[in-house]
Design a protein around this ligand. Structure first.
Ligand code: UD1
Length: 422
């Protein structure tokens, strides 16, 4: 593990972005696929994995669970053999909330698991109650003590299992257990985000029998054992959306190579409504600014609605788009932390509960900014690209968790951005 970095980005705004950027593999899709490797003793190979801090954490966690894994050139190989251990410790789980998704595969293999609670998170309480209740319904005994989730199973219960909410992580967790549960498990009220069919595809390369993924009812025929995975991670819809915003906010023209267009319908639709020229080409998704944009209100929703992970980026774009709109956050309870920083740049944003009223100003002005979480960080970088003068974005370690070579990709498109140690 590299030491904790406290780098900052220094951005001089006002450059129009032009050119081509390749969209990396999706972090949110890669993580559960890496943990799926636990479901088999054979070697697994996962490709198109982005080089991110969260991926390194996942690889380290696999190692602590007794499975040797290494990451090189966009590929994670999880070696065959090794003795799977039931405990996911606090020092790794606390670094990345998505680690809680190891609970399902460990429980499926060992019938017992001890996984640390992930701890606090800037964007809301983000409890794990949906994860715990779905395992209880599947027959597990689950308790929480001393900061750990303790789960054990005498006999799995197949049949219909309803999720309390279509949580992405809880659906992934339950799906990864169900593939080894004897009989037919039917998960209802399941998440439909593209990361779920992607995980199902990965599990199918291991021999799993899954039907209906991508809908809210997923049927799983449990197997006695699975083979290793051979899977290529899908492209990152949120990274693609972030670069689409970069094109819009700098009045530029960017070709998004490998953009997962099928996963981006609501995002593309919103940008088109605002007046961006977004079109599919044989080489990728082409986003061109042609005329001043119009404000468009939006509400975050579960898939296929507008993703919460694009809300902060949209707010920045709207904060320099003349006119008024409202942005409502319906997925997370405290996801407007970027707004405080945007106000310091001269934005006009008024927050009441889960709705932000945004009145576009002519231009933002650069100043030092502090990143609070991954997507808020992306938003602040976007703000810096459009602002007058110099913007220093502090605590970019949040961005390093989820954006591969962000500053290099932006520089290749013509942005004036550099990483400095502080
Ligand atoms: C995943 C994504 C994240 C995205 C989110 C919603 C990964 C690694 N992360 O997170 O980028 O923003 O989906 O699309 O894939 N909740 C509970 N109890 C639970 C679980 C969730 O109350 O047990 C709440 C959360 O606080 C949140 C909402 O449910 O308000 C949705 O969360 P969920 O769909 O579980 O998101 P994640 O899987 O954590």
């Amino acid at each position: 593990m590299k030491p904790f970095r406290l780098d900052a980005f220094v951005i001089r705004g006002g450059k129009r972005l032009r050119g081509t950027v390749r969209v990396s593999g999706s972090k949110n899709s890669a993580l559960p696929c890496l943990f799926a490797a636990i479901l088999s003793d054979e070697e697994s190979v996962i490709e198109n994995v982005p080089d991110l801090k969260d991926i390194r954490t996942a690889v380290a966690l696999l190692g602590r669970l007794g499975r040797k894994a290494h990451f090189e050139d966009g590929r994670v190989v999880v070696k065959a053999g090794g003795r799977l251990k039931p405990e996911a410790p606090y020092d790794l789980v606390s670094r990345m909330r998505a680690s809680v998704v190891v609970l399902g595969p460990i429980l499926a293999r060992l019938k017992k698991a001890r996984v640390s609670l992930p701890g606090g998170c800037a964007i809301g309480a983000r409890p794990v109650n949906y994860h715990l209740s779905v395992f209880r319904r599947m027959g597990a005994e689950v308790s929480v003590s001393e900061g750990y989730i303790h789960a054990k199973v005498k006999t799995w219960r197949a049949g219909r299992v309803r999720l309390d909410f279509p949580s992405v992580g809880a659906t992934e967790n339950a799906l990864m257990a169900a593939v080894l549960v004897p009989g037919r498990t039917v998960l209802t009220n399941a998440a439909r985000e593209p990361e779920i069919p992607a995980l199902a595809d990965c599990l199918r390369t291991m021999g799993a029998k899954i039907f209906g993924d991508g809908t809210s009812t997923i049927e799983v025929e449990g197997m006695e054992r699975l083979s290793g995975a051979r899977y290529r991670v899908v492209a990152d819809r949120i990274e693609a959306g972030t670069f689409l915003t970069a094109a819009a906010i700098t009045r530029g023209s960017v070709l998004l190579k490998d953009a997962p267009v099928d996963h981006m319908a609501s995002t593309i639709d919103l940008f088109r409504k605002a007046g961006m020229d977004v079109r599919e080409t044989p080489d990728g998704l082409l986003a061109r600014w042609k005329r001043p944009l119009k404000p468009v209100s939006v509400k975050t929703e579960i898939f296929p609605g507008f993703p919460t992970d694009m809300q902060a980026q949209w707010m920045v774009l709207m904060s320099i788009t003349p006119g008024r709109c409202r942005i409502t956050e319906d997925i997370f309870e405290n996801r407007f932390l970027h707004a405080q920083e945007l106000l310091r740049m001269g934005a006009r944003i008024d927050i009441k509960g889960n709705t932000a009223s945004v009145e576009g100003v002519k231009q933002l002005s650069g100043c030092p900014l502090m990143v609070s979480d991954l997507r808020a960080g992306a938003a602040l970088v976007l703000a810096g690209l459009a602002a007058k003068g110099e913007t220093k974005v502090l605590r970019v370690y949040h961005l390093d968790r989820g954006y591969e070579s962000m500053e290099k990709k932006l520089r290749a498109l013509g942005a004036d951005i550099r990483r400095v140690a502080v």
